[in-house]
Ligand binder design. Structure first.
Ligand code: ADP
Ligand code: MG
Length: 139
């Protein structure tokens, strides 16, 4: 089934000027980037976006990091996009990410790990709506 997922290229990656290289990996893996914009996520938006993590000790730092510099938010489309993008990203901690994954190649640490991807189809729908209106998504 063709699915959509939300991807974010996080501030550590935009700061190192590797957004094109990451997009190349995304496209080479068969995803279509059907919406994309470079934005400064506000602290308020970051807190809302990551609210499931609000009890975690890293929550404040995580939200401050996400809003610290530009991010690229994008909608990716592919068969099985949600799970396949999680696979392409690699594990949250780059120390244990597999070869060939975005996080293995670009992540600096567990907190500066270069990309976000939705973790379920339900959350993908919610997260896509969080950043995009229907008219911004051109499949
Ligand atoms: P993922 O991004 O792989 O879905 P989570 O949803 O568990 O991972 O966590 C969201 C984000 O919070 C991670 O991508 C990472 O930036 C940050 N994070 C997760 N665990 C930690 C941790 N132990 N210390 C610092 N930051 C963390
Ligand atoms: Mg997550």
């Amino acid at each position: 089934m063709v699915q959509r997922t939300l991807s974010i290229i996080k501030p550590d990656a935009t700061c190192r000027n590797v957004t094109g290289e990451i997009n190349h990996m995304i496209e080479a893996a068969g995803f279509r980037i059907i919406a994309q914009k470079r934005i400064l996520i506000t602290l308020e938006q970051a807190k809302k976006f990551y609210e499931v993590h609000q009890e975690k000790p890293f929550y404040n730092d995580l939200c401050e990091f996400l809003s610290s510099a530009p991010a690229i938010v994008q909608v990716l489309e592919k068969e099985n996009a949600v799970l396949d993008y999680r696979t392409l990203m690699g594990s949250t901690n780059p120390a244990s990410a597999d070869e060939g994954t975005i996080r293995k190649k670009f992540a600096i640490s567990i907190d500066k790990n270069s990309v976000h991807g939705s973790d379920s189809p339900e959350n993908a729908t919610i997260e896509i709506k969080f950043f995009f209106s229907e008219t911004e998504i051109v499949g």
